[in-house]
Design a protein around this ligand. Structure first.
Ligand SMILES: NC(=O)c1ccc[n+]([C@@H]2O[C@H](COP(=O)([O-])OP(=O)(O)OC[C@H]3O[C@@H](n4cnc5c(N)ncnc54)[C@H](O)[C@@H]3O)[C@@H](O)[C@H]2O)c1
Length: 327
């Protein structure tokens, strides 16, 4: 083997499994650590016969295990987390424990070996800020602690602070990548966390597409292959250490437009209906009105730009859902 050996936490999940494929393709060896709480064996089944692929079922909260695995690798892609507002709203305690204590375990262990770390952060950390497009040094506007949904953003903010504290004080080469709504094949077909998955499933089932609120809220969706390229660029760019990068496609789309586009792409003769947030998430819910990345820093330092059009990404995603959603 000519490449390096990487630990990918959360490598059985949506983004992590695509990252693993790209690393193996590039000639690296990969060890995945995933507790399969959300990740699925079918996301890595095709790699089980690969000579440089190794899967370990376990938790990032298991420090003994993490220490053993980190001792064998050149770098860590840390993606394991309780992900998505819906999961976090349902179980905020587990969300905080995994996302904060788990990340601290990874960083502390990596620090002992000065092992390079790329940490998956999120566009959620910009919160309700109206300052779109969001640049990495912008302020974040996080809602009150009485609203559990903000605990996800706060956990990711704390993760970044931890990583950068290790960078400044212990010279740990750590970089944060802030993902903006990744989508693509292997999105959880139950559509639990992703609006794209939910709309595609509804359209394929011949059901009305349910848009929360007035549907004027926007997101910037990023095809997962682009998300993965930006992540690898962060690992491969030593001067990225100590900084955060927006990894996203700067095309903004409203939920109303998204619903219409998915209905058309699937070819479904269904209604688009609006439902109050309270119906979907309970009463104490706040949404972020607009979300759009400023991608200048990623372009200048990482040489990264998203290159897959939303339409092409959607085409590949719908195709995959048609083939796999009952799996
Ligand atoms: N999908 C997005 O659009 C998006 C946006 C912003 C940030 N992120 C971040 O990217 C990373 C990957 O997200 P994803 O969309 O692939 O989600 P995902 O849920 O598919 O992947 C997360 C993986 O972590 C695993 N996991 C959870 N708790 C664990 C634990 N205690 N120990 C070991 N493994 C554990 C899960 O089983 C799952 O496979 C996460 O850190 C997430 O916060 C994702």
């Amino acid at each position: 083997m000519n490449g390096q050996h990487f630990l990918v936490t959360g490598g059985a999940g949506f983004i992590g499994s695509h990252l693993v494929d790209a690393l193996l393709e590039a000639g690296h060896a990969v060890t995945v650590l995933d507790d399969l709480s959300v990740g699925k064996p079918q996301n890595f089944a095709h790699n089980l016969t690969h000579p440089y692929f190794h899967f370990v079922q376990g938790s990032i909260l298991d420090k003994t295990l993490v220490t053993q695995l980190v001792a064998q690798v050149d770098g860590i892609y840390h993606l394991a987390a309780v992900v998505g507002v819906k999961y976090v709203v349902e179980d905020p305690l587990r969300g905080m424990q995994v996302n904060v204590r788990g990340t601290e375990t990874i960083l502390e262990t990596a620090c002992a070996r000065r092992c390079r770390v790329v940490l998956a952060s999120s566009s959620e950390i910009y919160g309700k800020s109206a300052g779109v497009p969001f640049a990495e040094e912008d302020v974040t506007v996080i809602g009150p602690t009485s609203v559990p949904r903000w605990s996800y953003a706060v956990s990711k903010l704390l993760d970044e602070h931890l990583a950068f504290a290790y960078y400044r004080q212990e010279e740990l080469p750590a970089t944060a990548v802030r993902y903006f709504n990744a989508f693509g094949p292997r999105l959880d077909p139950r559509g639990y966390g992703s609006v794209i998955a939910r709309f595609i499933n509804q359209a394929l089932d011949g059901q009305a597409l349910t848009v929360y609120g007035d549907g004027q809220q926007t997101r910037a969706f990023t095809f997962v292959a682009d998300t993965v390229r930006g992540t690898i660029a962060a690992m491969e760019t030593p001067k990225s250490a100590g900084q955060a990068f927006n990894i996203g496609n700067p095309r903004e789309i409203t939920m109303n437009e998204l619903a219409a586009q998915i209905r058309e792409s699937v070819g479904a003769d269904v209604d688009i209906v609006h439902v109050p947030y309270a119906q979907a998430y309970g009463t104490a819910f706040e949404d972020t009105p607009r979300r759009l990345p400023n991608v200048t820093r990623a372009a200048e330092i990482l040489g990264f730009r998203a290159t897959t059009s939303f339409e092409e990404g959607l085409r590949q995603t719908i195709l995959w859902f048609k083939e796999h959603r009952d799996a």
